[in-house]
Design a protein around this ligand. Structure first.
Ligand code: SF4
Length: 368
């Protein structure tokens, strides 16, 4: 989502004739589009921003801006403005304020701006035509999330779920194809919850699938509780849809899943994965896992390992739990020691490596 947001920002600025560089030394304005999903992501931004001096205009954008608001100026006084994810369209105007300001240069950097009150993104920000990859485009279908998984900051920084009008999504895709794009990834925090009037996610996938000139279509991220067998049938029925599903399980233990407010059980997930593999032929399945969630015992952890062995994911992203501001889980004691989190992380990593290796050799045999 942040990669696409960065493209949106670049597109808006290019329209105003700014030049984009990835060499900070050459830039007059430094923009950091940030992520708050884990403590580690935020730490990297704090250290990055410390590298820039007062002779640049510095903006912090995205989830950290929304998360910390004006407190950012206290911790990083060299930052000039902050803009939350729902206010990205205001960036060009804010920059003009800085670059054409009549304020005396010595006072210019004393003025701070923050914009974090936006609710709805104007549709036109998705139509600047800027895509980093000349063949592939990420297309946002919904913004925000209303699931409130207990560990997740997204609903607090990106707001509740809003689905874009499917007509606007199709228009964006047709425009992108007109520019030479052939592959599309539909994006949302929970794509399966997409609903605009009477068009649900499966309906949207079918509409996109029939766009002329499109060669390949995929989507991320799917939430198990909203993923339907209809979707699997649609995937199997279309040559264009990539046979790939990223389906975060997070834990294999029912007690932890409940504490996480994930809305499904271990049995439900196992059945869903089984149905996916039965309906969609030669399909890949990947996942996300959190280790060391508050109160996770050794037995709970082993249930997750057991689920991994049963499902045999093609690959998995494994994370150590870190408490996030505003969230329900932050109220629980973060009682799994860091060393223990690291041990569990390492064990699952090794287990998944073995499974991924085995799956790859199986795929190689099928391909032969
Ligand atoms: S589905 Fe859960 S983990 Fe994913 S963005 Fe929404 S609240 Fe966060």
């Amino acid at each position: 989502m942040n990669v696409r947001d960065s493209e949106v920002i670049c597109g808006l600025l290019k329209k105003e004739r700014y030049k984009i560089t990835d060499q900070p030394d050459r830039a007059d304005i430094i923009l950091l589009n940030t992520c708050s999903v884990r403590q580690h992501a935020e730490d990297k931004v704090w250290s990055e921003v410390g590298r820039y001096k007062n002779n640049k205009i510095i903006g912090i954008l995205g989830c950290m801006a929304q998360n910390y608001k004006e407190k950012i100026f206290e911790r990083a006084p060299q930052v000039d403005f902050i803009v939350g994810p729902q206010d990205l369209h205001k960036i060009p105007e804010i920059i003009v304020n800085f670059t054409t300001s009549r304020i005396a240069p010595e006072n210019l950097f004393e003025r701070k701006i923050f914009e974090t009150n936006g609710e709805i993104r104007p549709e036109e920000i998705y139509h600047t035509g800027f895509y980093e990859d000349k063949r592939h485009a990420y297309v946002v279908i919904s913004e925000g999330c209303s699931n409130f998984c207990s560990y997740c900051v997204v609903p607090y920084v990106r707001g509740h779920l809003r689905s874009r009008n499917y007509k606007d999504i199709l228009r964006e895709i047709e425009e992108a194809i007109g520019e030479g794009i052939t592959t599309i990834t539909l994006l949302g925090q929970n794509v399966n919850a997409y609903q605009y009037k009477d068009v649900n996610f499966v309906g949207l996938v079918e509409l996109v699938n029939s766009v002329k000139g499109l060669k390949e279509l995929s989507f991320i991220t799917s939430h198990p509780k909203d993923t339907s067998l209809d979707l699997f049938k649609t995937m199997q029925g279309s040559e264009k849809i990539k046979k790939y599903l990223h389906l975060p399980v997070q834990s294999g233990c029912d007690r932890i899943l409940k504490l996480m407010n994930r809305g499904y059980t271990r049995r439900f997930y196992l059945d869903l994965a089984d149905n996916y593999r039965k309906i969609v032929k030669n399909a890949a399945l990947t996942t996300d896992i959190i280790v060391g969630f508050p109160s996770e015992t050794e037995d709970d952890f082993h249930e997750t390992c057991d689920l991994i062995k049963k499902v045999e994911f093609d690959s998995a992203f494994i994370f150590k739990y870190s408490p996030r501001p505003h969230t329900e889980a932050q109220r629980l004691a973060d009682d799994v020691e860091e060393t223990e989190k690291r041990r569990r992380h390492g064990l699952i990593l090794d287990l998944q490596k073995l499974i991924s290796k085995k799956k790859k050799s199986e795929t190689a045999i099928i391909n032969e």
